[in-house]
Design a protein around this ligand. Structure first.
Ligand code: G3I
Length: 355
C-alpha cells in the first residue's frame, strides 16, 4: 500500500537524514531552511515566463534561489525569427524579474547542435555571411544582458550522444569543426565580464562522454579559446549507483575553472523500487541529491559558480511533459503542492556542512 503523501512529507526529514547515510534516524533533520540561506554560492533554478504568473511559484523562487536560468526563452528558438529578426520580449521579462528580485542571471544557450534556425540554415554554404550573422546574434543577445548575466552556456551538448566523437549541427556545417572556438571568441567580444561555459549532460552516467567532454575542453583551451567555465547538466535518475553523482564534478575540478551544476533533476521513475514504493524512491533521490551537493560544496570557492536545479516543483519539470514525459515523475526538490522533499533537506545538509 502506497504511504499517503501526508505520511511521506511527515517522514521527509528522517528520510533525508537516512539518505545522507546517517542510519540513526532517531533525530530527524530540522525542516530545511531556504537553500540560498545555507549555501555559500549561488543556488539557481530554471523558469519560464508563464510560471511568473503563479504566486506560489514566485514565492518559492524568491525564498530559495539566487540565480535564474531561462529554461528556453533566451535560446534561438524564442529569440531568432526565420527572417533573422530578434524577439526579446520573453527574455526581457525574465531579466526584469531577476533585476526586480536581486537574482543573478545565467544565459542558456548560444550555440546548440539541436537548434538549427532557418536564418542560419540559409547561410551554411556562405561561411563569411554565416560567421558575420553568428557574431551579430551573439553580440546582440549577450550585449543586451551584459552586467546582469553572470555567465552563458556558449556551446551546449557538443559531445556525441554515445560519447564517441562530437556533433555541431548547422554550426559545424557553417563554420567547420572550429565552430566552438569561434563561438567562444565571439562571446568574449560580446561580454568581456561573463563566465563562458561549455555545458553537457550524462557526464555522470557515461565515462566515454565525460572523457570526450574533457578532451574538447583541453582542445579549446590549448587553441586559446576563452573557455572559462564547465557545466555538467546532471540530469540524473534514482538508478544511479552510490558514489556516482559527484563523478563529473570531481573530474572537471582539475581544470581549475568555475563549475556549474547547471540543470539538476533526479528522475524517480524506472529502477527497481517496487518493494519500497514512493518512500524508497524519494530516499534514493535524496541520497543522490546529497552526494552531488556534497561534491559541489567541497570545491574551492572560486570553482563554485552555481548549483542549479532544472525547475522548482515536480509538476514544473520538463520530465512531466512531452512524449517521453511521465506523469508520476517526481524529479525536483518541491512536490506538486510546493512542499519541500527529502532531497531538499539532503542538499541543505550538504551545503551546511561545507566550509
Ligand atoms: O510555451 C510554448 C507554448 O505556448 C507553445 O504552444 C508550445 C508549442 O510551440 O511551445 C511551448 O514552448 C515550449 C517550451 O519548452 C515550454 O514548454 C517550447 O516549444 C519547447 O522547445 C521548450 O522545450 C525546452 C527545451 O529545452 C528546448 O529548448 C524545455 O522546456 C527545456 O526544459 C529543455 O531544456 C534542455 C536544456 O536546454 C538542455 N539540456 C536538456 C534540457 C531538457 O531537454
Amino acid at each position: 500500500m502506497r504511504p499517503s503523501r501526508r505520511a511521506l512529507i511527515a517522514a521527509a526529514p528522517a528520510l533525508a537524514l537516512a539518505a545522507c547515510g546517517h542510519r540513526d534516524v532517531a533525530q530527524p533533520l530540522p525542516p530545511a531552511r531556504p537553500l540560498k540561506a545555507t549555501a555559500r554560492f549561488p543556488v539557481g533554478t530554471s523558469l519560464m515566463t508563464g510560471e511568473l504568473q503563479e504566486p506560489q511559484f514566485v514565492g518559492l523562487v524568491r525564498s530559495n534561489f539566487s540565480q535564474i536560468t531561462p529554461e528556453w526563452e533566451m535560446k534561438m528558438e524564442r529569440i531568432l525569427g526565420a527572417d533573422g529578426s530578434l524577439h526579446f520580449e520573453a527574455a526581457d521579462q525574465i531579466a526584469g524579474f531577476c533585476r526586480d528580485n536581486g537574482l543573478r542571471l545565467h544565459g542558456t544557450t548560444l550555440v546548440w547542435y539541436s537548434q538549427d534556425p532557418p536564418a542560419f540554415e540559409a547561410l551554411k554554404d556562405n561561411r563569411a555571411a554565416f560567421e558575420a550573422k553568428l557574431r551579430e546574434y551573439i553580440g546582440a543577445v549577450m550585449g543586451r544582458y551584459k552586467g546582469l548575466a553572470r555567465g552563458w552556456d556558449v556551446v551546449n551538448e557538443a559531445v556525441a550522444e554515445n560519447g564517441d566523437g562530437y556533433r555541431g549541427g548547422v554550426w559545424a556545417a557553417g563554420l567547420g569543426d572550429d565552430y566552438a572556438r569561434l563561438a567562444f571568441e565571439m562571446a568574449r567580444e560580446a561580454d568581456p565580464g561573463a563566465v563562458l561555459f561549455l555545458n553537457d549532460y550524462n557526464l555522470e552516467q557515461m565515462p566515454a562522454k565525460l572523457n570526450s567532454f574533457q578532451r574538447l575542453a583541453e582542445r579549446l583551451l590549448k587553441a586559446g579559446a576563452p573557455l572559462t567555465g564547465l557545466g555538467t547538466q546532471s540530469h540524473l535518475d534514482i538508478s544511479l549507483a552510490k558514489g556516482e553523482a559527484g563523478v563529473a564534478i570531481k573530474a572537471l575540478a582539475r581544470f581549475g575553472l568555475p563549475i556549474h551544476v547547471s540543470e539538476l533533476d533526479i528522475s524517480t521513475v524506472g529502477g527497481d523500487f517496487s518493494l519500497g514504493g514512493d518512500a524508497s524512491r524519494l530516499e534514493a533521490q535524496a541520497r543522490i541529491a546529497g552526494e552531488i551537493a556534497e561534491a559541489f560544496a567541497v570545491l574551492p570557492a572560486h570553482q563554485r559558480y552555481a548549483f542549479t536545479v532544472w525547475g522548482v516543483r515536480d509538476k514544473d519539470s520538463w520530465l512531466r511533459g512531452g512524449k517521453s514525459g511521465h506523469p508520476d515523475d517526481q524529479p525536483l526538490l518541491f512536490d506538486d503542492d510546493g512542499r519541500p522533499k527529502p532531497a531538499l533537506s539532503a542538499i541543505e545538509a550538504a551545503f551546511a556542512r561545507a566550509k
